[in-house]
Design a protein around this ligand. Sequence first.
Ligand code: PLP
Length: 396
Amino acid sequence: MPTIAAPASTSSKRLALSALAPGTVQSEIRAMSVACEQMGGINLAQGVCDTPVPPPVEEAAIKAIRDGHNIYTRLDGIGRLRTAIAAKQKRDYGLEYDPETEVLVASGATGGLHAACMALLNPGDEVILFEPFYGYHTATLRSLRMNPVLVPLDAPDWILVADRLRKAVTAKTRAIVVNTPANPSGKIFTRAELEAVAEVCLEHDLFLFTDEIYEYFVYDGAQHISAATLPGMRERTIVISGFSKTFSVTGWRLGYVTADKKWMGAMSYFHDLTYVCAPSAFQHGAAAGLEQLPQSFYTELATAHQDKRARILAALTDAGLTPSTPAGAYYVLADASKLQGTTSAEKARNLLAATGVASVAGSAFFRSGGGENLLRFCFAKIDDDLNEACARLRKL
Ligand code: PLP
């Protein structure tokens, strides 16, 4: 995996990397995955989600390839999938989106966020995110020369302090990003918290970008609330989600954005410019999943992951890596104080060397100096691998 470094021997000022490039490094998450593969370890680092693909999804994608759906689609995706996404938003949240003008099938939630930032924000704009944050959110913004402003949530339950949010708003603020259920904390924003965020958005005329990719990964009866449903918020909320996690197809690069038609044209244009369209055959797979999978599929997904959560929590507790219990998503943050190393990156590498289990350094999710005593473990693994990882952790 190449890392980007300034070339050593070039005298030309033109034959040079961009101003941003020398500051970029491979994400700690990917770096740990590479280190894990090199030593044949069990990867609880990256949220790759290697649980099986639901059969209707898999079969429809294969059939689509055989049926010749291998060419560019409309820039905002095939009609069948846009219709299915609109129906899903109505079914799950009562949100009405016109599949012709208000749904963008994106190249992953990641591609959706990129297109939304290109379409709606300008270089120099400030965007508020909550800390701990998902690194792609901050990195995407920086890559587009926008400025992430971090508002810390209060551990251990990652509570939102509304006053702190208000104080972070400046004349340059254009948007707030809410990821619920959240990576890495597993936090599920409560209605009251989302109302506090909405109030700030309405008061200061801000966009709200919601990353809802873990919408079905909710535990202990918790409920995911889509912030676009709050009064006055539909117009300004850019809902971003996808199929990577729900259908275990992280490599298919398939997500979506639903938003008011005022914003959708520009978002679709910028998505087209970078990705042209989301992978066409896979769009048919996702459409079949949305059309055919019963409601029980989604509840069973949550139940299965709640069970996996219980196993990893018990193993981490036994290993002396005290975990905090996530309310949603599929990651656990655990206290790494007992591991050797001065930084969480060193601790993660020492844990990998000692047990063959890869985790991610907590520092990947906090501003510089934060998260150094935390490690993040992903539990969206097939049972054999998760059980083996738990057994290895217990031997620590
Ligand atoms: N958003 C969050 C919060 C994630 O944790 C991830 C993957 O880990 C993604 C988005 C990536 O989504 P996609 O694969 O649809 O680009």
